[in-house]
Design a protein around this ligand. Structure first.
Ligand code: XMP
Length: 472
């Protein structure tokens, strides 16, 4: 048997090209996530339960990327996470959260903790508007048993607008009345939406936010291939998710192919990202049943042990180089998922043909990841874990395996608390822009055309890192 050599990021470098780029700012890093979804930046946080829930997804969409809500939770929880993203920074919130006039201040505080915003429309039956409760109304309330009806601004004092109002008109009403919320009601005072000043300011001041065609933040969600996949997908589509990720460890399987076929038949307009795979044939098989994007990566992840446990996998650079010609032939984008340690790796992944890169380890420990900040020996940490790790397997909804029956293909890790995820994006996109100037590339397509990889030796790798000094 001929045994081929396969390479990963550390085995290669890119050869510098004569460059016309005078400033890193000139470079355009926009990309395609899937067939019909564009992103301003090619960096996506992993759909892992220690990386992406609504907080991370909101942050990413605001920075021009997208978050994919993980599937390692029950369906209702995942749907709520999608809804939290969809309700943020809308121009018109079509289905605003309401609270009953008989609710107590304590219940309001619970809702604030659950949804992350501080104003609610008040309604008995979730239809008719009775008033509005904002943080201003609650400012001086001390007693947790106070009722919403005694705090709210009642219906007769409210300024409202009719469905179909333009954003410019809404803005004028908000400014001239010095109010922050404008409920939209029909003639019977039935709630039809809500416009907020913050959403208008954020939407119109920022150019690169990832939005759907109604101005809401983009968000994706993962489904598996098991019994609940179709039920989960139905609920997520109902919550107006923008893209589904059919995400299993071995994506080149009948199970995955059948799931994609069924989903495409049920929801022909929903974009589907499919993976994970590591061969050209796998990419072709998934594209032929309707995948709108291919997720590449078997075992390169920082918390993965699949290659050690099973003996299977393909070093990530070779996997990308093998798959991208198929994706380009069918005009389907691909994501290089896992194994990124530096912005240089990001540049190499894109140069090799990936349209975007997914990172777990590099986002783990950031403020927007789920889970608390822990303290250990005076340092602050968060927990990150592989989705096939022992604790992840045991904590899945409906898990039946006992501790000694689990064969983990991932590990749990303690990662230093890293502050806002925005810092990770800035560091990586800064490195990418710089890399593109070495490649004489104005955009990612040019980076791919101009890329010239060379293979390096172990000594070359040592030379590449800082060496022979005491790094401060
Ligand atoms: P990084 O290197 O960015 O990789 O942390 C993130 C990706 O790793 C994959 N993943 C796993 N792979 N066992 C595996 O073999 C696991 O338990 C596991 N959990 C996550 C996943 O593709 C993720 O995006």
């Amino acid at each position: 048997m001929e045994i081929r050599t396969a390479l990963t990021y550390d085995d290669v470098l890119l050869v510098p090209q004569k460059s016309r780029i005078r400033s890193r700012k000139e470079v355009n890093v926009a990309t395609r996530l899937s067939k019909n979804i564009n992103l301003d930046i090619p960096l996506i946080p992993a759909n892992m339960d220690t990386v992406t829930e609504s907080q991370m997804a909101i942050c990413m969409a605001r920075l021009g990327s997208i978050g994919i809500i993980h599937r390692f939770c029950d369906i209702d929880y995942q749907v709520r996470e999608v809804q939290k993203v969809k309700r943020r920074q809308n121009v018109v919130i079509e289905d605003p959260i309401t609270i009953s006039p008989q609710a107590t201040l304590k219940q309001v505080k619970e809702k604030i903790a659950e949804f992350g915003f501080k104003s609610f429309l008040v309604s008995e039956d979730n239809k008719q508007l009775s008033g509005i409760l904002t943080s201003r109304d609650m400012m001086f309330a001390k007693d947790d048993s106070t009722l919403v009806q005694d705090l709210m601004t009642a219906k007769n004092k409210l300024i409202t607008a009719s469905p179909g109002i333009s954003i410019t008109e809404a803005k004028e009403i908000l400014i001239s009345n010095k109010i922050e919320k404008l409920p939209i009601v029909d003639q019977a005072f039935h709630i039809k939406g809500l416009i907020t000043a913050t959403d208008i300011i954020k939407n119109y001041n920022s150019v690169s936010v990832s939005r759907d065609n109604k101005g809401r933040l983009l968000v994706g969600a993962a489904v598996g291939v098991g019994k609940d996949a179709l039920e989960r997908a139905k609920a997520l589509v109902g919550a107006q998710v923008d893209v589904l990720v059919v995400d299993i460890a071995h994506g080149h399987s009948d199970h995955a192919i059948e799931t994609i076929q069924k989903l495409k038949k049920l929801y022909p307009t929903i974009e589907i990202i499919a993976g994970n795979v590591a061969t050209a044939q796998a990419a072709k098989d998934l594209i032929q049943v309707g995948a709108d994007c291919i997720k590449i990566g078997i075992g390169p992840g920082s918390i993965c042990t699949t290659r050690i446990t099973t003996g299977f996998g393909v070093p990530q650079l070779t996997a990308i180089l093998n798959i991208t010609p198929v994706c380009k032939k069918y005009d389907i984008p691909c994501i290089a998922d896992g194994g990124i340690k530096t912005s240089g790796d990001l540049v190499k992944a894109l140069a090799a043909g990936a349209d975007s890169v997914m990172m777990g380890g590099q986002f783990s420990g950031t403020e927007e990841t789920p889970g608390p900040v822990l303290s250990y020996k005076g340092q602050q940490y968060k927990i990150s874990r592989g989705m096939a790790s022992l604790t992840a397997a045991l904590s899945r909804p409906n898990a039946t395996e006992k501790i000694d029956q689990v064969t983990p293909e991932g590990v749990e890790a303690r990662v230093p608390y890293r502050g806002p995820a925005r810092n990770v994006i800035n560091k990586y996109i800064g490195g990418l822009r710089s890399g593109m100037s070495y490649a004489n590339a104005m955009n990612i397509a040019e980076l791919q055309t101009n890329a010239q990889f060379i293979r390096i030796t172990h000594s070359g790798m040592i030379e590449s890192n800082s060496h022979d000094n005491q790094v401060l």
